[in-house]
Design a protein around this ligand. Structure first.
Ligand code: HXC
Ligand code: NAP
Length: 285
């Protein structure tokens, strides 16, 4: 669906790019010609991913970095610039999450998620953003989630942090437009990944089945669907989209929001019966 060289000559930094959705986005963007910097805490995971990603033909720099630490982030950007001269795109994808009743959280449990998701995104955005200002522009894509605006029980630290990232996206889309820096976000619904499923979908409780049932399209997202959306949003072809959040969830959050959406449980025969009743009443009056 894209020109093969859509992102040729661009360098993309993806945090959490060694696993899950980050790796899938890296694969697609590399496939479309971008050079890649992938960063997270686990060197061995990054090295293995880099080996695979090089098969797309991309130049790949794996860099061990804890996004919570500003010094790590600065070092990552310096090293990335040495390798590729500039950074055109930042994808803030790294995250932490777990399910817990909120009253059982410790202060450390709340802090660790907010530190990775919100502070980590700020550290990368500010450091790469300064570089983009020097270069004359760039694009930043933040991966949030649909409960960034609805909130969600049992993942309160993540919901608070993702809401903050969404506010950051919209704020800086306006503040940094003068530097030709665009910021957008993607809000995925459920996409199976080892990281998310291990922490959020404990086996044996029927959670996965219930999740799928709630989605109007009755299936989870495919990684390639999200990776294609990311490719579009970081490409020059989307140059007038700024400050937007694009939902990719098969209609899941709207299904929960619309007052009468549960009426799809009513069988067609009952609707027909109700229709006949209504018409019959009309004749009598
Ligand atoms: C309650 C927990 C906990 C749990 C950790 N903590 N796990 N509290 N329930 N399951 C608390 C600890 O008690 C501690 O607080 C604090 O959190 C820090 O714990 P550490 O284990 O030291 O943290 P760390 O080693 O830094 O690991 C961070 C992590 C871990 C977030 C806890 O899960 C991780 O590395 N995650 C990265 C990948 C990830 O989470 N991927 C999923 C993204 S999915 P105290 O007070 O005791 O010190 C996603 C999808 C959303 O976001 C939407 C899906 C539809
Ligand atoms: P994942 O594979 O667990 O991805 C999280 C990544 O973040 C890992 O690569 C992890 O690597 C990295 N990371 C965590 N803490 C870090 C830190 N302090 N510094 C640097 N990197 C760190 O899970 P995923 O499902 O692909 O999630 C990717 C993104 O999509 C996240 O933003 C998530 O919130 C979002 N999302 C996912 C879903 C879904 O259904 N999968 C739905 C909505 C939103 P290390 O452990 O090596 O550091």
């Amino acid at each position: 669906m894209f020109e093969k060289d859509l992102l040729a000559g661009k360098t993309v930094l993806i945090t959490g790019g060694g696993t899950g959705l980050g790796k899938s986005m890296a694969t697609r963007l590399g496939d479309l010609g971008a050079n890649l910097i992938i960063a997270s805490r686990k060197a061995e995971v990054l090295e293995a991913a880099a080996k695979e990603l090089r098969e797309t033909g991309a130049g790949v720099l794996p860099f061990t970095c804890d996004v919570r630490k500003p010094a790590d982030v600065q070092e990552m950007v310096s090293r990335g610039l040495k390798e590729f001269d500039q950074i055109d795109v930042l994808v803030n994808n790294a995250a932490g999450n777990f399910v817990s009743p909120t009253e059982m959280l410790t202060p450390g449990g709340f802090k660790v998620i907010v530190d990775i998701v919100l502070n980590g995104t700020f550290n990368c955005t500010q450091t790469v953003g300064r570089q983009m200002m020097e270069q004359g522009g760039g694009t930043i894509l933040n991966i949030v989630t649909t409960y960034a605006w609805t909130g969600s029980g049992y993942v309160v630290p993540s919901a608070c942090a993702k809401a903050g990232v969404l506010a950051m996206t919209r704020s800086l889309a306006v503040e940094w437009a003068k530097y030709k820096i665009r910021l957008n976000a993607i809000a995925p619904g459920p996409f199976p990944t080892e990281g998310a499923w291990q922490r959020l979908v404990p086996p044996g409780l029927g959670i996965e089945r219930a999740m799928k049932k709630r989605i109007p399209l009755k299936r989870f997202g495919e990684h390639q669907e999200l990776a294609n959306l990311a490719a579009y949003l970081v490409s020059d072809g989307s140059g007038y989209i700024n400050g937007e959040v694009v939902t990719i969830d098969g209609g899941e959050w709207l299904k929960g929001a619309g007052e009468f959406n549960d009426l799809d449980k009513i069988p067609r025969s009952v609707w027909k019966g109700l229709g006949a009743l209504r018409k019959g009443k009309g004749k009598q009056s």
